[in-house]
Design a protein around this ligand. Structure first.
Ligand code: ZN
Ligand code: ZN
Length: 268
């Protein structure tokens, strides 16, 4: 038995040493395309150019980038947030969700490219510096256990863990639960989305105490309709959190045709 343990130890050591030697021999490669780069866990110039970080001016509440000449309300919100305020206090996203960020996020989500979390988290840290400065804890958006079984990991947890390490913010990994498997929301009308998301996300009873009066930052990969984020926010506020802000790796940009005056098209 002891010999077996020793052999196993030796095998693991050899594997680690081998990987270390490989790192010394092989140059680091671009996280997105595999081209040779100077720094490990970074992007090559071509991939870097394809990514579009969201800077200012952006809406303080939903994080959507705004053209400089755009009308900003007295508290720097977009017109949509002014008319139909979302339940969360502030939202920040690192990148616009487009061809560049899509590759990085989808390969993190579906292709086991977990190292992409590092590249995305570093930009999330920059985009969310103000909300992270006042955050007590990070809470990842949960996935249903069946989806977790298929993918083996939750990409929101990977992002939250890396952002947490870089910003020294604790993560409460299991604060939120997704008790039912919800359908994909793309293509749903706002009313259908609201119905689908009703009670879709709940707070784990044993975590309520830890959330009380805390400033929580919910972490996700993509902010799209805001339906999931709103469900997470409502659950956390109901549980007694002092405030809820959002931090995403990327966010979609609402279409120009989206009618901000339609009340049923508010955050759901
Ligand atoms: Zn590249
Ligand atoms: Zn807004």
């Amino acid at each position: 038995m002891r010999e077996l343990i020793e052999t196993e130890r030796l095998r693991r050591f050899a594997k680690r040493a081998g990987r270390f030697a490989l790192d010394l021999v092989l140059p680091p490669t671009c996280t997105a395309c595999g081209t040779e780069v100077d720094q490990p866990h970074s992007l090559c110039p071509d991939c870097f150019i394809r990514m579009h970080p969201i800077g200012k001016p952006r809406c303080d509440q939903c994080g959507v980038p705004l053209p400089a000449e755009s009308h900003l309300g007295s508290d720097a919100r977009c017109m949509r947030c002014e008319r139909h305020p979302p339940p969360w206090s502030k939202a920040r996203a690192a990148y616009i969700y487009d061809d560049g960020s899509r590759d990085l996020i989808l390969s993190l989500k579906y292709a086991d490219r977990t190292e992409n979390a590092g590249v995305l988290a570093r930009q999330m840290l920059r985009a969310g510096d103000d909300i992270l400065a006042t955050a007590d804890m990070l809470v990842p958006v949960p996935v249903h256990w069946r989806r977790l079984m298929q993918r083996r990991y939750n990409q929101a947890v990977l992002l939250a863990r890396t952002v947490g390490k870089l910003s020294n913010t604790p993560m409460l990994v299991d604060a939120l639960r997704r008790p039912h498997a919800t359908s994909r929301l793309a293509g749903f009308s706002p009313g259908e989305r609201a119905k689908e998301m009703h009670d879709a996300i709940t707070v784990k009873a044993s975590r309520i105490k830890e959330l009380k009066n805390r400033h929580v930052v919910v972490v996700d990969d993509i902010l799209t309709t805001g339906a999931t984020a709103a469900a997470c926010t409502r659950a956390l506020l109901d549980a007694g959190a002092a405030s809820v802000a959002l931090l995403a790796a990327a966010r979609t940009i609402p279409l120009d045709s989206e009618d901000i005056d339609r009340p049923e098209d508010s955050w759901r």
